[in-house]
Design a protein around this ligand. Structure first.
Ligand code: SF4
Ligand code: SF4
Length: 385
């Protein structure tokens, strides 16, 4: 394709304008080089810090060379989509162990499908307005292929990689999804931004399981997001107390981050909480059978973990709640529906409650990290975009 520099600049502007019209908050462009990023990633995998996510061990050549994943790619467009629901209840599940604590990205609809749809729409919107793009080759990715997503977001200046490994934008915090378009046009690239974590260590010190082992290094095997979502096996006994009431993912490192004072809420109804998931009792969720789980989570990312992992997570959270001895009967009732792995977690929960059978809602016994986090959160309510 023979395009002048001026034409490429105009195409980039058109893509950025279409991105905003399609409901994204940013679109930035990088080249496809992965040097440095790829080596750090493979070292992390080599050290086993990815846990059982064996898909991260495969297709390394595609990860290293994006043009092998999609031939002729020479640029990667990274787009940002805010997901924080308005009126997100930050403190409720932190301060009440009897409530379910669900990662905010999972409160509403599964973002993968709608994100991909919007990315395709973005390309057709731009194509309509840009002539002579007959040989345009592109492919969209949303968490679906071996792509070093945060590397391209960092390279193109969508934000910098925080010590917790998520991308932070100084005007938008970190509550957003990322998606990519691989493209064969040599569009002008954007510059990275300065990293602004400075001396802050809030995410490291407030992580409930000390999973952030050093600057930009999370040991997935200790991370609650991994343990409650990707992990299909047992939750290590030594980490169960620390998981508290987090039944699907964990937001604590984002909640601790001072840059989220600048986060923007989503304008999309798709991410509004379903089934009162932002303020619901653990015991109500525990009462669901498998059919209810599948029906209630239709279109939700939570459905992907399956009923057994759902029960496993809930059992640990109920064991950590202050609900007292009366919940033992409820825990026992589910044993016939649970597999042996989940039953071991139920027994753990029952055992823990039996050791401290008294329900006392006035003495919540929040650990010191949670108390500090609650204070952080109170100073950081997001603004409307
Ligand atoms: S998601 Fe939670 S457990 Fe994982 S690193 Fe962040 S704070 Fe720690
Ligand atoms: S909490 Fe502090 S150290 Fe962690 S990502 Fe945010 S600014 Fe960086």
């Amino acid at each position: 394709m023979d395009l002048s520099q001026q034409h490429l600049i105009e195409i980039k502007k058109e893509l950025q304008s279409c991105a905003l019209k399609c409901g994204f908050q940013d679109l930035r462009i990088s080249d496809i080089q992965t040097k440095g990023y790829f080596e750090r990633f493979t070292q992390w995998v080599k050290e086993g810090k990815h846990g059982n996510m064996s898909f991260l061990e495969r297709n390394q050549n595609l990860r290293q060379f994006p043009n092998e994943l999609h031939p002729d790619t020479c640029r990667i467009l990274t787009v940002r989509l805010n997901y924080l629901p308005p009126n997100a209840k930050f403190n409720t599940p932190l301060s009440d162990p009897a409530k379910a604590n669900v990662s905010r990205y999972a409160l509403g609809k599964d973002y993968h499908k709608l994100f991909r749809k919007r990315l395709n729409h973005l390309i057709s919107c731009a194509q309509e307005k840009i002539n002579n793009l007959g040989t345009l080759k592109f492919r969209v990715f949303v968490d679906s292929a071996p792509v070093l997503e945060t590397a391209f977001a960092e390279k193109s200046g969508v934000g910098w990689k925080g010590k917790h490994t998520l991308i932070i934008n100084e005007n938008a915090g970190s509550w957003f999804f990322l998606g990519e378009i691989f493209i064969n046009l040599p569009l002008p690239i954007d510059a990275p931004v300065e990293a602004k974590c400075g001396n802050c260590n809030a995410c490291i010190s407030l992580c409930p399981t000390d999973a952030i082992i050093e600057d930009k290094q999370v040991d997935a095997r200790k991370c609650i997001s991994y343990l409650t979502i990707e992990n299909k096996g047992e939750i290590p006994v030594e980490l169960r107390d620390k998981i508290g009431n987090r039944i699907y993912g964990c937001d604590d490192c984002q909640l601790a981050c001072p840059w989220n004072r600048f986060s923007q809420v989503s304008q999309s109804n798709d991410f509004l909480p379903k089934h009162r998931l932002d303020n619901i009792d653990l015991i109500e969720l525990w009462s669901w059978n498998e059919q209810e789980f599948l029906k209630n989570f239709e279109g939700s990312p939570i459905r992907r973990i399956g009923f057994q992992s759902w029960l496993r997570n809930l059992a640990v959270a109920i064991g950590n709640s202050n609900l007292g001895i009366s919940v033992i009967e409820h825990l026992e009732q589910k044993k016939t529906l649970a597999n042996s792995l989940v039953n071991e977690h139920i027994d753990w929960a029952i055992n823990k409650i039996q050791k401290n059978p008294k329900s006392d809602r006035s003495d919540l016994k929040l650990n010191s990290k949670t108390k500090k986090l609650i204070n952080c959160v109170e100073t950081m309510l997001p603004r409307d975009a």
